[in-house]
Each structure stands twice: as C-alpha cells, then as structure tokens.
Design a protein. Structure first.
Length: 47
C-alpha cells in the first residue's frame, strides 16, 4: 500500500480515482445528470 494508508482509506482513494477516470472517459454518458448544485462525481460518492 502506498504511504501507509489504512486499508479503508486506500480503497476509498482507489474508488474515487477510478470514478474520476471513468467520468473523463465518457464524453456523453447516458446517466449524466444536469444539476448545477451537485456534480456527478459527488452524486456518485453519495450513493
């Protein structure tokens, strides 16, 4: 593990990085929401 992170923090960081890469890879995702109050990535994290 990098930087001696606890396992839960490592998993959380890995998931966040994976979601960011997935969002960047999709130009026009079918599931994209149009909400100026809450970004898609923040919405995904709340789920």
């Amino acid at each position: 593990m990098l930087k001696d992170l606890p396992l839960s923090e490592h998993i959380h960081q890995h998931c966040n990085e994976s979601m960011e890469r997935a969002l960047l890879a999709e130009r026009h995702p079918l599931w994209a929401r149009s909400c100026p109050e809450l970004k898609d990535i923040d919405f995904i994290r709340l789920r």
